[in-house]
Write a protein that binds this ligand. Structure first.
Ligand code: HEM
Length: 442
């Protein structure tokens, strides 16, 4: 019989521990384990014990070859308790039916209609930034991402409820973040129920209001309330899924982008010069976006170094075989996007921030499944195109309007619900005179 994937040996364990102490974050330890153990190994976490798969062959295996034998729904995990029947945690026909209903709202052809809301909400939030004091871009990007998600996909203005619901949103994100629950399923989670109730009250209110006055039907909420057989509970599950999957990821991407730009002033200057030459005094519109080629490379390279979703989590439904290893039914299988994106066999000088890895020539010759910030296969990210446009519009608008300087550099990747820059991205944001004139209402 084939052997099961190996547990880290003593030397690997020691290297992982040293890396953790030196760098102060868990992913550094995972990286050391990968270097010692190769692309298939097991994590010695009692009760969880996942097989970790790294690299393009592993990603292809999980996302394509074995996808029918890998369950997505992590039964009993906080994410399933929270999202209940949300598309992210459903399998099979139930999943496909939900995805079919929601796809049109996130289709490429819908994106141009969202651009104006994207820069307007950016302006609305950035208008509150202290001109002479520090601004935490992690929190500010969350505000922008929340307003955009609710404003475009649910057609509701979230501004009046933002401050009230802010602590509840952070609490439910914390609830689904990896922590002690991985090994202690029933650990007490104080404060979580109240937070969930608050968010649920809000979402059910949004659903009832739309049912009472259907109005537009081609936004995501409109598609859900007009689809046959959708109860309020099932719609709530999709709205909460989109709210979490759709804003926390963009928050992380935007905050990391600003952090990396702030810590590489020459790259910031090049991106800002491009924005100035493409936009001038104009507000961003869809036709500008394809000309922001360098900004696009910055976003892609940020997603390589700090993929907001850094692992995909599955459960083997049957006994599996991968690269001469046996993975027994019931095993957790995670494919690591983070480690694949830093794989030394596939990325020269992988730790370096270099947007020019993503020139058209390099993109053409890149092997498939080496770069997968949005996953892959039939269950890739439903919001990928939306997120790419959103990131470009927000960053272009901020670079057009502000001169930014990073004031705190001790930032680490934190494994929350997404991979976040902690403790935050603290910047000075000084309004640029040139862009001031374009801040009139369009
Ligand atoms: C930078 C932004 C984003 C990143 C990096 C990202 C990343 C990902 C990844 C890697 C997956 C697949 C996970 C896996 O294989 O286990 C995924 C799935 C998903 N994403 Fe995103 N995402 C982003 C933005 C969004 C947005 C804006 C939305 C919604 C508006 C969204 C909604 C979803 C949903 C619903 C799924 C599950 C799809 C399915 O199972 O069919 N994401 N995302």
């Amino acid at each position: 019989m084939l052997p099961e994937p190996p547990m880290p040996h003593r030397k690997a364990g020691l290297r992982a521990l040293k890396a953790l102490i030196k760098h102060g974050y868990i992913l550094a330890a995972f990286q050391a384990l990968h270097e010692e153990m190769g692309d298939v190994f097991r994590l010695p976490l009692p009760g969880f014990n996942p097989v970790v798969l790294v690299g393009p062959e592993a990603a292809h295996y999980v996302l394509i070859t074995a996808r029918g034998d890998l369950r997505w729904r992590p039964e009993g995990d906080p994410v399933t308790k929270l999202l209940r029947r949300g598309v992210l945690v459903e399998d099979g026909e139930r999943h496909d039916a939900l995805r079919r209903i929601m796809n049109p709202a996130l289709h490429r052809r819908r994106l141009p209609s969202y651009v104006a809301a994207m820069w307007r909400y950016t302006d609305q939030v950035s208008a509150t930034w202290n001109p002479s004091g520090p601004v935490d871009m992690l929190a500010e990007m969350r505000r922008i991402a929340l307003l955009i998600l609710m404003g475009t996909l649910f057609k509701v203005d979230f501004a009046p409820d933002m401050d009230r619901l802010w602590p509840a949103i952070l609490r439910i994100l914390n609830y689904i973040s990896p922590s002690l629950w991985l090994v202690w399923q029933d650990m007490p989670r104080p404060g979580y129920r109240g937070a969930q109730r608050q968010i649920d009250d809000y979402l059910y209110r949004v659903i009832r209001a739309r049912r009472a006055a259907i109005g537009e039907t081609d936004d995501l909420l409109g598609l859900l309330v007009t689809a046959p057989g959708m109860s309020d509970d099932l719609i709530r599950d999709q709205l909460l899924t989109m709210l979490i999957a759709g804003h926390d990821t963009s928050t992380a991407l935007l905050a990391w982008s600003l952090y990396l730009l702030g810590s590489h002033p020459e790259i910031m200057a090049r991106a800002q010069a491009e924005v100035d030459s493409v936009l001038g005094e104009d507000v961003p519109d869809f036709t500008h976006l394809e000309r922001l080629v360098y900004l696009e490379r910055v976003i892609k390279e940020t997603l390589r170094l700090y993929p907001p979703i850094h692992i995909g989590n599955r459960m083997a439904a049957v006994d599996l075989e991968f690269q001469s290893y046996r993975i027994p039914a019931g095993t957790r299988v995670v494919y690591s996007i983070y480690l694949t994106h830093r794989h030394p066999h596939h990325w020269p000088d992988p730790e370096r921030f270099d947007p020019d890895r993503f020139t058209p020539e390099q993109n053409r010759v890149r092997k498939p499944y080496i770069y997968l910030p949005f996953g892959g296969g039939p269950r890739n990210c439903i919001g990928a195109a939306f997120a790419e446009v959103e990131a470009k519009v927000i960053l272009a608008r901020i670079l057009q309007t502000f001169a930014l300087r990073l004031v705190h550099t001790g930032v680490r990747p934190h494994m929350g619900a997404t991979l976040e820059p902690r403790p935050g991205v603290i910047m000075l944001a000084q309004r640029r005179r040139k862009a001031d004139s374009s801040l009139v209402e369009a």
